[in-house]
Design a protein around this ligand. Structure first.
Ligand code: NAD
Ligand code: MG
Length: 371
């Protein structure tokens, strides 16, 4: 029995994780739950699961539920926890990722923002504490499944992107897209921040940075391709030119389960069985950087390295929150990111205070460009 903490349990990934755990009560025990501010949902989960630890980051909660910012790290380092499923959204997930790795836990990471911000720090924390990082993101889970059990020789990765709701829109129409249009994702049902990131393709840039840190490849060996059916999740090319891909109907439950069991597998009936005829035609097209400037900016920040990815991530978080609140046109998201990155003071990302300072500075600058 492995003890599991689910951080961000009331979100899309968090709820999917609880569905997976409900099917595997012989293998996993739910030890800790945390939520941001959805008190009702958290209390309902606590009533169902009776975890040893429950925490709410913002607001008051019923007796027995801890409150405050520290609950994330407390859950992540709880002595009965072996695996921390980090499904918090945004930079708020970084401290828990670092603390869990330092405490020697496996981190099943959905919270890609923490790796984008602090990729070098995350690797260091894992080395120091003996923790292990396993991706939950479907593309990175696909890569891990393609490379596990093979003895090196990985040469290049191609991550697929659905292309989002604006895949074939003219750039001017994308610029003026509404919140409702951005939230209408063609193939995945997800939290609002990642859904907007998928519409702007900032998500795919975050994922290329994530892949760089997870698999140790340079950016020249990391590509993205638009694949509207979301059946192929990633391609892994090896040094002899052979390519292995991972496929399946879109569901996050499979990558969540694999992050818990890797490198082993558990029999599971949660994912719809694959049927190539039902999947139909699989098509691929290039990313259009002219229509999706946030993608280009994110990849450039990744290539620049240092604290640039943290600044990219912070600017994107501020701009997306403003867009979702109705105060910023969709096309301005990339413009805000661009303006922030142009003023970014580049530096190494090898200490936490430098990363936090870059994050804070980028947020402050992004706020001044919101008008
Ligand atoms: P969501 O918005 O549905 O859920 C986010 C969860 O985090 C909620 O439980 C919320 O209460 C909690 N939270 C929010 N702000 C917080 C804060 N400041 N401190 C602590 N907790 C906070 O988001 P989601 O779609 O589940 O995505 C979660 C993460 O997983 C994101 O990093 C996202 O990029 C990644 N991810 C999601 C999917 C998906 O299919 N939803 C796929 C791949 C990766
Ligand atoms: Mg993904």
């Amino acid at each position: 029995m492995r003890g599991v903490a689910v951080l961000g349990s009331t979100g899309s990934i968090g709820e999917s994780t609880l569905s997976v755990l409900a099917r595997h009560r012989d293998s996993f025990r739910l030890v800790a739950l945390t939520a941001g501010r959805n008190r009702e949902r958290l209390e309902a989960q606590v009533a169902t699961w009776a975890p040893a630890f429950a925490g709410l980051v913002e607001g008051e909660a019923a007796p027995g539920i801890r409150t405050g910012r520290e609950v994330l790290v407390e859950a992540a380092t709880h002595p009965d926890v072996d695996v921390v499923l980090n499904a918090v959204v945004g930079a708020a997930g970084l401290d828990a990722t670092l603390a869990a790795l330092r405490a020697g836990k496996r981190v099943a990471l959905a919270n890609k923002e923490s790796l984008v911000m602090g990729g070098e720090l995350v690797a260091l924390a894992a080395r120091e504490g003996g923790g292990e990082l396993v991706p939950v993101d479907s593309e990175h889970s696909a890569v891990l499944q393609c490379v596990t059990g093979r003895d090196g020789g990985l040469a290049r990765l191609i991550l697929t992107a659905s292309g989002g709701p604006f895949r074939d829109w003219e750039p001017a129409r994308v610029h003026a897209a509404t919140v409702a249009e951005a939230l209408r994702h063609p193939t995945w049902s997800m939290g609002s921040k990642i859904t907007v990131d998928s519409a702007s393709l900032a998500n795919k840039a975050l994922e290329l940075i994530e892949a760089h840190f997870l698999f140790g490849l340079p950016y020249d060996a990391l590509d993205a391709v638009v694949h509207p059916q979301s059946i192929v999740h990633a391609f892994a090319e090896f040094c002899d030119g052979s390519v292995i891909a991972q496929l399946g109907f879109p569901t996050m439950e499979l990558p969540i389960l694999y992050a818990l069991t890797h490198p082993a597998r558990l029999p599971d009936s949660g994912a719809r069985r694959f049927d190539p005829v039902a999947a139909g035609s699989l098509t691929f097209e290039p990313v259009r950087p002219d229509a999706f400037p946030a993608f280009r900016l994110g990849v450039a920040a990744g290539r620049a390295g240092g604290t640039a990815p943290a600044a990219f991530n912070a600017a994107n978080e501020v701009a997306v929150a403003a867009f979702l609140a109705g105060g910023l046109p969709f096309g301005r998201i990339a413009e805000v990111i661009d303006a922030v990155l142009q003023q970014h003071a580049q530096g190494p990302a090898t200490d936490l205070e430098a990363v936090r300072a870059a994050d804070r500075a980028a947020r402050a600058r992004a706020t001044t460009f919101l008008d």
